[in-house]
Ligand binder design. Structure first.
Ligand SMILES: Cc1cc2nc3c(=O)[nH]c(=O)nc-3n(C[C@H](O)[C@H](O)[C@H](O)COP(=O)(O)O)c2cc1C
Length: 402
């Protein structure tokens, strides 16, 4: 096992970061412009990006009082595995752009610490090779593999076999990225693998393209279809979860085909602008699964996009999600502060979760349910932007000190 590596491009002390939003605020000032552009870009007018964030603020709680909440238990199950916490690190390509020394490995080390044991979904386009990431920790089963299916299905099958041989325990097939979204912030910069040694480990050296997203897109096959999913369920030897499902009928079809679950996601608003916020799909899907007698033991529903607070996580769990994915805050934490930053982000989230469970009057994850929510505003898309930070807000000043 190699020694932990951290990177510190931020001058704000980690102790001054009080919530997950603030990692992005600092990153927007501290990361190289080109790196921040790729990490922060979303599609077209970034409406889905902003709606993802607002959508969690449309759900309110109906807390119970006078419940003994001295002991709070955050343990739960995801993919049939016992987990200490109800969230995972979602896949982000190219963690090495922001953290050349630690890349995905320092996230893996943070996740594997005994007090967290948070699953990490590793992107097909990781900067570090998969074998290096798996070797960085003693628990490769905490790693899940995010698969982009390429035009060469033999190469894809080899990637899957490698992930399985290395001990990764699930296959998240991304299905919302037939082509990268129109991410204009990123398009302003030319990606060149010659510029950086931290291009994706699966990409041949020397490639250039308009935008980092454009460079990666050449490795994704737009012909991916349900037949491929059927084949992966049959042949991969791993539980298959579809990442990027945006409709109830597609989720039900995934269940029928033998998938182990879905991630309701619009890729953080980076793909089709005006795709619906995943929380709305979650609220629509879970009753349909119940009607069909499909349980969490058979089929997990995950959700991601704009989840930044413990209260957001609780809302998703009340609506029936098995767990939630969070991507950007951990990517920024790792870029700015390495392993320590990612662990600080976990710590903040866990404190928020414990506090919010107490104030909600619930002590165990399995007792969270829809009765604790006021959903009357869920489909009201007219909500104003939610602070403290979003892309178009140039006036917000972070509380973090520099
Ligand atoms: C910089 C960046 C890179 C990403 N790379 C991938 C990827 O390689 N594969 C994938 O399936 N999703 C990728 N995503 C999407 C995330 O996994 C996740 O679905 C999305 O960011 C929503 O979560 P968030 O709002 O917590 O960031 C990426 C997101 C970001 C911000």
């Amino acid at each position: 096992m190699t020694a932990p590596t951290t990177t510190t491009v931020a001058s704000a002390p980690l102790s001054s970061v009080f919530n997950l939003h603030e990692f992005e605020v600092i990153a927007s000032k501290a990361l190289p412009e080109k790196v921040y552009a790729y990490y922060a870009c979303s599609a077209d007018d970034e409406v889905s990006y902003r709606q993802n964030h607002h959508s969690w603020a449309r759900v309110f709680f109906r807390p119970k009082v006078l419940v003994d909440v001295s002991e709070i238990d955050l343990r739960t199950q995801m993919l049939g595995q016992q987990c200490r916490l109800p969230f995972y690190v979602s896949a982000t390509a190219l963690c090495g752009l922001g953290n050349p020394a630690g890349a995905e490995c320092s996230i893996a080390r943070a996740c594997a610490q005994p007090q967290w044991r948070v699953p990490q979904m590793v992107s097909t386009f990781s900067s570090d090779p998969l074998a290096k990431i798996a070797a960085a920790v003693e628990t490769p089963q905490l790693l899940w593999f995010q698969l982009y299916v390429g035009g060469d299905r033999t190469a894809t099958a080899e990637l899957v076999a490698q992930a399985r041989a290395l001990g990764l325990s699930a296959l998240f097939v991304t299905v919302d990225a037939a082509q990268p979204g129109n991410r204009e912030r990123d398009l302003r910069f030319k990606f060149s693998n010659a510029d950086t040694s931290k291009g994706p480990s699966v990409m041949a050296a020397g490639q250039t393209a308009q935008g980092t997203s454009g460079a990666l897109s050449k490795l994704i096959d737009p012909a991916l279809s349900w037949d491929d999913i059927r084949a992966l369920v049959r042949d991969s030897g791993l539980p298959v979860i579809l990442k990027g499902v945006q409709r109830v009928d597609d989720a039900l079809r995934a269940a029928e085909l033998g998938c182990r679950g879905v991630v309701l996601s619009n890729h953080g608003g980076r793909q089709l602008d005006f795709s619906v916020p995943p929380v709305e799909v979650l609220a629509d899907l879970v009753p349909e699964l119940r009607k069909r007698g499909i349980t969490k033991e058979q089929f997990d529903v995950f959700v991601d996009g704009g989840i930044r607070r413990g209260t957001d996580v609780l809302k998703a769990l009340c609506l029936g999600a098995s767990g939630v994915g969070i991507a950007s805050p951990f990517l920024y934490a790792n870029s700015l502060y390495g392993q320590e930053g990612v662990e600080h982000a976990f710590d903040l989230l866990v404190k928020e979760l414990v506090l919010s469970m107490r104030l909600l009057g619930v002590t165990r994850i399995e007792d969270l349910n829809e009765d604790l929510l006021d959903l009357r505003g869920l489909y009201d898309r007219g909500m104003p932007p939610r602070g403290p930070f979003h892309h178009h807000d140039t006036t917000f000043e972070t509380n973090a000190r520099y």
